[in-house]
Design a protein around this ligand. Structure first.
Ligand code: NDP
Ligand code: 2IT
Length: 460
């Protein structure tokens, strides 16, 4: 007779629960691959943790957490500059408000659909819990493509979007912010329309301009926070940021501020990209070049390829992603599923030491597995990029109290918050021996608070 150890029995039981659970999730959410992927990534680490904790099973916590509280789905009609009527789809997924008002960004991108917004809203619930602030999870957006649109077209679109959205949001109900395709310009137009419709000046959106209730450090927070987290991981393993060669994808808000902070911490940001290709600077991008890219993207709304025309030490690689460049650390900062299993295997072969997900779910599951199996330090998005929503939470606090903190104070709060998140990951992600499993640590630390709050409320 084979006698199983308690650990093996728990492993077998949790594998069986996970398979059954995922079969149910797939059945209830057909045609939503990104959402299924995000749920699997969490559930695969939570089932082993709760194997000997019956209260979570009895209360069906993981089943309840995988259903959004509600989804709002609406038509967004607008008129283009040529006078044509155009129609887009708008959404708001209010995922979970167990620990605070729904909070999370709005994405404007042609790929936006329910699967993508459900994955983002689900992830946001765990991420927001990790920040230590009282904020629940939500996400929204539209399949609107801001590329090539005039400012007036974007303004009319934003006004139409908010004309429906305004009735579903509020400073204590649901507080949206930016994400891909939604930056300072769009938040300004949306806040202006909200204020006009409701005649209220409240902190209903974050990422606002500094003139009208925005917080210092919010623009920088996601990228800076990601680099603080990467530094914390490297230092925990006995190293540091000094001299690290880093590949970064994307060239938007997150990527440019990650590059800037990497540089400030003594590392060398070697790449940036957009959906057209990537640029490589063997010397590492300097501050002047990063500022130039910010202006290119936020003001001129140009393509990253133009960087190679401007600077003689920059090469452009058309149609390619930056993962073939030999680096010490990789920081995917563009979009979901931008690193596949083969690219991860190549990065491991090239000696990558750490991967920090600054975008949301940029690594396919096969890539995550490849990094963890190879012993590469892997920082999952919900921990690495939580500084953005963290400073959004601080913007809400400042708005409620009608005060504005200074930059040094906010930078200190961000740095401490990232330090606390790193500690939570270490606490929940360390087995008796071996390296920290940051994926497990982030998922469990984010889960416990939301799950325990839900249990307190009874079966609601
Ligand atoms: P931006 O719109 O500022 O920049 C997005 C960048 O990613 C652009 O360079 C864009 O290139 C590139 N990109 C977008 N979609 C694709 C795609 N399908 N394929 C290749 N490249 C793509 O967005 P952010 O910097 O704000 O967001 C980047 C990531 O960070 C997203 O995953 C977002 O969810 C996440 N995030 C953002 C936070 C924030 O505070 N802004 C907070 C936490 C996470 P192109 O111009 O060619 O489309
Ligand atoms: O994915 C994210 O955390 C964001 N886009 C930021 C959300 C926010 O509310 O600041």
């Amino acid at each position: 007779m084979v006698i199983m150890s308690k650990k093996h029995a728990n492993d077998a039981k949790s594998k069986e629960y996970l398979d059954r659970y995922m079969a149910g999730v797939e059945k209830r959410n057909p045609g939503e691959p990104e959402f299924q992927q995000a749920v699997f990534e969490v559930a695969s680490t939570i089932f082993p943790y709760i194997a000997d904790k019956p209260e979570y099973h009895e209360n069906q916590i993981l089943e309840r957490m995988a259903e959004p509280d509600r989804v709002v789905y609406f038509r967004v009609p607008w008129t283009d500059d040529a006078g044509n009527v155009r129609t887009n789809r708008g959404f708001r997924v209010q995922f979970n408000n167990a620990i605070g008002p729904y909070k999370g960004g709005l994405r404007f991108h042609p790929s936006v659909n329910l699967s993508i917004l459900k994955f983002l809203g689900y992830e946001q619930t765990f991420k927001n819990s990790l920040t230590g602030l009282p904020i629940g999870g939500g996400k929204g957006g539209a399949n609107f493509n801001p590329k090539g649109k005039s400012d007036n077209e974007v303004m009319r679109f934003c006004q139409s979007f908010v004309t429906e959205l305004y009735r579903h949001i509020g400073e204590d109900t649901d507080v949206p912010a930016g994400d891909i395709g939604v930056g300072a310009r769009e938040i300004g137009y949306m806040f202006g329309q909200y204020k006009r419709i409701t005649n209220r000046f409240v902190g209903v959106l974050t990422g606002k301009g500094l003139e009208f209730g925005g917080s210092k450090m919010r623009t920088e927070a996601t990228g800076y926070g990601a680099m603080f987290f990467l530094r914390n991981m490297l230092e925990h393993a006995g190293g540091g940021m000094e001299g690290m060669r880093i590949s970064i994808s994307g060239s938007g808000n997150v990527a440019t501020h990650a590059a800037e902070k990497a540089l400030q911490l003594g590392a060398k940001p070697l790449t940036l990209s957009d959906s057209g290709g990537f640029v490589y600077c063997a010397d590492g991008f300097n501050q002047e070049q990063i500022d130039w890219v910010k202006e290119l993207k936020n003001v001129r709304r140009g393509r990253i390829s133009e960087t190679a025309d401007e600077f003689s030490n920059v090469e452009y690689h058309d149609g390619k992603r930056p993962w073939g460049v030999e680096v010490d650390c990789a920081v995917p900062s563009a979009t979901q599923n931008e690193v596949n299993g083969e690219e991860a295997a190549m990065m491991v072969k090239n000696g990558v030491k750490a991967v920090a997900e600054a975008a949301n779910m940029p690594c396919e599951q096969a890539a995550v597995d490849a990094f963890i199996e190879a012993g590469v330090m892997f920082g999952p998005a919900k921990a690495v990029n939580a500084g953005g929503v963290g400073v959004s939470g601080l913007e809400m606090s400042q708005n409620s109290a009608r005060i504005a903190w200074d930059e040094d104070h906010l930078r200190g709060l961000l740095e401490n918050m990232m330090g606390d998140i790193h500690e939570s990951c270490v606490r929940y992600g360390t087995e008796k021996i071996g390296p920290v499993n940051y994926l497990r640590g982030a998922n469990i630390a984010g889960f416990v608070k939301v799950a325990d709050a839900m249990i307190s409320y009874g079966h609601v």
